[in-house]
Design a protein around this ligand. Sequence first.
Ligand code: ARG
Length: 552
Amino acid sequence: MDFQKEIKKALKKEIGKELDLEIPPNPDLGDYAIPCFILAKQYKKDPSEIAKELADKLEIKEVRINATGPYLNFFVDKSTTAKNVLSEIFKQEDYGSGSKKKETIVIDFSAPNVAKHMGIHNLRSTVIGHALSNTYKYLGYNVIGVNHLGDWGTNFGQLIVGIKKHSSLSKIKNVQDLNKIYVQFHKDVKKHPEMEQQARDEFVNLENKKPEAKKYWQKFVNVSLKDYDKIYDRLGVKFESTKGESEYTRLVNGAIKLLEQKKLTKISDGALVADVGKDMPPCLLKKTDGSTLYGSRDIAAGMFRLKKYSPNKILYVVDVAQSLHFKQWFKVMEKLNKKNKTIFEHIVFGRLSFKDGTMSTRKGKVVILEDVLDKAAKKSLQIIKEKNPKLKNKAKVAEKVGVGAVIFSDLFNDRIHNITFDWDKVLDFEGSTGPYIQYAYARCNSILKKYDKKIDDKIAFELLNEDAESALLKMLQLFPEVVESVIKDNKPSLLAKYSVKLAQTFNNFYSACHVITEDEELTKARSLLVHCTKKVLEKGLTLLGISAPSEM
Ligand code: ARG
C-alpha cells in the first residue's frame, strides 16, 4: 500500500479536490501534513477548527491522524512503509519507471559545428539532452536522439581556400588542424580581401556538388566526427540518428514551395523571408544568392522529422542565445502545419563560464571540451591518491569521477540559469557534487561487501524504526515522483538535486546506525536498506549520464 496515495485519495473524497502533502521537517509532527490555511476559504472556518474536524472524520487504514493547531498530521505505519518501499525496489529492475508510455519524442541535442571544437554550449546541450533522453527512455517513451551537426555554411569555403594555400588535405588529421587553417585564413584575408570571394566561390562549388569541394567537405566532417566521438565515448553518449544540416539543404526548396503556396513568404531586402507576426523580425529563408540558411534548414529538418517519426514532441536542447531563432521558425511551422499536433519546444539553457577565467571564450580563447574533461580527470586523480592511496585502477576511477563531476555540475542548477564553473566546488567530495553521490554509492558497496551475504526481502521490517531509517525510506519512496517530474518540465536538475539529498540522507543514516552488528536480524534488515539505497543511487546517476564506480 502506498500511504501517500491513500491519504490523497481519502482527502479528495472528503474535500473534493486533489491536495499536495507536505513532509514536516520534524518527524514528531507526522510523516505527512496538510496546512489547513489552504482550506479556510472553502470551509469559511478557522484553520485549526478545520484540522480538528477533518482529523475526526477521516479514516485511513494503518494511518494515525491528528490535528496540531492548523495542521492536519498523518502518521503512517512505519513497518508497512518499509515493507512497501523496500520490496518494490528489491524486486523491480526498473523501480520508478511507471506505466509504459507509447509516445515518441525526438530530442535534438549536442549539435556541434563541424570543423570547430565542440563548444561549451554544445557540452551543456549534450549533457542535458542525454539526461533527458535517458529519462524519457526509462519511462518507456520511444526516443529518437538526433545529433543535428552544423555541417553547412560559407566557413567551409574558407577552409578549402586556406588548405589549398597553406597545407594539403592529406595533412589534415583533426579539428585542431582545421582550427589553425581558420586562424590563418582570417589573418590572410586582411591583406588579401579577394580571398573572401574565393571562399564564397568554393562554397558555391560545394553547393553545386563539385567533386573536389565535396571531397574537402567530407574530410572536414570525418575528422570532426572522429574527435567528437572521443568526447561522446567519455560522456557515454549515443544518438539514434546523426544527420547534418547539409542533408536538409535539398529539402529546403520543397518547404519553401509549400510556404509560397500558402502565401506566407515575401521578399525583404533581396532575401526571401516568412512573416512571423509583428513582435518578431521575419524568419530568413533564402539569401539573395539562393543559398539556404540555418532557419530554413531547421524548417526542412522539422518537416522531415514530422513525416519520418510522427512524434508527439520535438525538443531542441539549445543555448538561450538562440531563443529568437526558435520562436521564429516554430511560428513558421505552426502556420505551415495547422492541423499537426506535434509540440515543438526549445529547451533553453544559460551560459557556462569558468570562475578562474582560464578557459574564457570571451577573451577569444576557445574552451576545448577535451581539455575540460582531462583537467577534471587529472584533478580527481590527485584527490583519490590522497584519499585512498590503496585503491586499484586509480586512473580509471578518476576518469569516471572527473567526467561525472563535470556532468553533474552542469545538471545540478536549473538549466535556465547561467553557471559558473568553480573547479574546487565541482570536485568537492563533501559538497553538492557528482563525487559526493558516487562516494555514497561506493560506501553502500563496501558495506554490502563486508556483509557478504545474499540480500533478500524477507526481513523484520519493524526493526527499521529509527528516525534516520524512516527518513531514508521516505527519500527512496520519492524517487518515482522525481523521475516523472524531470520530464514534466524537462529539468534534469530535479533528479540531480534529489540524488544529493538521497546521498545526504544515506550518510546521516550511516552515521546514526551501525549496519553490521551482533544482532543478525537487524543486520539483515539494514543491509536490505543499504542494498536498495545503492540501487536507487545508481539508477539516479545512470539517468543523469554519470557512471558509478564501485570503489573510490
Ligand atoms: N549547431 C548549432 C550550434 O552549435 C546548434 C544546432 C541546434 N539544433 C538545431 N536544430 N538548430 O550553435
